[in-house]
Design a protein. Structure first.
Length: 140
């Protein structure tokens, strides 16, 4: 659990980043929660596993809901399919207590995070990303 100072820092960080940086932070958060869920499996701690998988699922749902399918074209449709796959995979991991499925989703999220970091580091691409819509409602 975060203490008050850590929580305030995190809220400030999220409130002051652009959309590309926010997507990267969301991927990092999902990966962090999934690693904690793996620890829960190793420790045979059902509550830890379940709570962290649920937090990762919340983030993936937020990423899914932030997709603009009408303007995003094939990339948005592919991301939607990938997020739905991750959702199903994590639900099965939670039901069957399978760390392997969590690791697979972590690898996918890491790859996506690296891709978004690459986009965020290219000024020409950054200016084409609208700053007007931001994912909201993420539980931190």
């Amino acid at each position: 659990m975060l203490n008050y100072g850590q929580n305030q820092y995190l809220k400030t960080q999220v409130a002051t980043v652009n959309n590309l940086q926010l997507v990267v932070l969301l991927y990092e958060g999902a990966i962090k929660y999934l690693r904690q869920a793996e620890e829960g499996i190793e420790e045979k701690n059902i509550e830890k596993r379940n709570n962290n998988i649920q937090r990762a699922l919340d983030i993936i749902d937020e990423l899914k809901n932030a997709l603009n399918l009408s303007q995003g074209g094939e990339i948005a449709r592919s991301l939607l399919a990938l997020y739905l796959f991750m959702n199903n995979h994590l639900m099965m991991a939670n039901i069957k207590n399978e760390a392997g499925k969590i690791q697979e989703v972590c690898k996918m999220l890491s790859t996506l995070k690296e891709a978004w970091q690459s986009v965020a580091s290219q000024p020409d691409l950054k200016k084409h990303i609208s700053e007007s819509t931001r994912p909201s409602g993420i539980r931190i």
